[in-house]
Write a protein that binds this ligand. Structure first.
Ligand SMILES: C[S@@+](CC[C@H](N)C(=O)[O-])C[C@H]1O[C@@H](n2cnc3c(N)ncnc32)[C@H](O)[C@@H]1O
Length: 295
């Protein structure tokens, strides 16, 4: 963890804390590495500053398997939100009911180029859960890769259900198709090899507007706004559109990162915030997913 340089008053506070408790010192270092937090403390006396620091950072620890982020803004009541550490994430994964066939696909994909692109088992489980809660029959996925998320969706669909699965890369699509066969769900999956936006435009022209229950967007990130507009035409009222990678490894929240992909995801997130056509929920799972329900 990289720590920001501290000002003199900050150093004095850290020194005072270090004399009292070793772990409090560590926690204070983490806490004070966020300058905006120090500002809210700087008006306090040294003693009350120490007490407040110790209180706010009580659950912040390097050595344990869980730590907490404290909301910066006091209007959230210093809400503590859990921060996922590797050990805690292993625990979460150990509590995912991953079907054997998905595990097999994940392990085969792990040896392939781009394996980091597939959704995580906990994300796939959430997608499958949403499909089941919705009672979805007609689904669309943009960005199949080797099929991990699409297979999770297809497995959750009833026998009469269908998933339109769009992917531009023929080689990864071959792996996906093999697994649909192996899992016995190939009759539910309509594979579309091509550009996602073209496929969506085609099925709109085909008269399929407002006939889909669920869509999962995980293709070209800079196209998210266009995919979203097309999918809003295809999904029924009450239907759900899930967009992956909305946190983009945290870059969306870093004002110093302004590459084209980050800016487009940031703009998309901002547009969604004011889009009255949908209800939204941004979920910090995997690389961040936003769940949108069409109004
Ligand atoms: C993040 S991966 C998808 C991972 C997949 N959802 C999973 O869980 O395994 C993105 C995929 O989108 C595909 N893709 C990118 N741009 C596309 C486009 N314009 N049309 C169709 N597929 C696209 C890529 O080839 C890649 O396989």
């Amino acid at each position: 963890m990289q720590l920001a340089p501290f000002s003199l008053p900050q150093m004095a506070t850290i020194f005072a804390i270090s004399r009292c408790s070793g772990s409090a010192y560590q926690r204070a270092m983490v806490y004070l590495s966020r300058p905006q937090r120090f500002h809210s403390l700087s008006s306090l006396t040294s003693k009350s500053r120490f007490l407040k620091l110790n209180n706010l950072t009580r659950n912040y620890s390097f050595s344990s398997n869980a730590s907490f982020i404290v909301a910066d803004d006091e209007k959230y009541g210093n809400k503590q939100v859990i921060s996922i550490t590797p050990r805690l994430y292993n625990y979460i994964l150990a509590n995912v009911r991953e079907p054997q066939i998905l595990r097999q696909l994940r392990e085969e994909t792990a040896h392939m180029r781009g394996s980091q692109m597939q959704v995580s088992p906990d994300q796939a489980q959430l997608l499958a859960m949403l499909v089941q809660i919705l009672g979805a029959e007609r689904c669309i996925e943009l960005g199949v890769y080797t099929g991990y998320s699409s297979l999770a969706i297809a497995l959750a669909l009833p026998e009469s259900g269908c998933l339109v699965a769009c992917e531009r890369d023929a080689r990864s699509l071959e792996v996906a198709k093999r697994y649909y066969e192996l899992a016995g769900v190939s009759h539910k999956v309509i594979v579309k090899h091509g550009l996602a936006a073209d496929v969506l435009k085609f099925i709109i022209l085909n008269g399929e507007t407002c006939s889909y229950d669920f869509a999962f967007v995980d293709a070209e990130k800079r196209m998210n706004q266009e995919y979203f507009e097309l999918l809003l035409q295809l999904v029924r009222v009450g239907g759900v559109i899930v967009i992956d990678n909305v946190l983009w490894h945290g870059k969306v929240a870093d004002p110093l990162v302004n590459d084209a992909k980050t800016v487009s995801i940031r703009n998309f997130n901002r547009n969604l915030m004011s889009d009255e056509r949908v209800s939204i929920s941004m979920v910090p799972i995997g690389d961040g997913m936003t769940i949108c329900r069409k109004r």
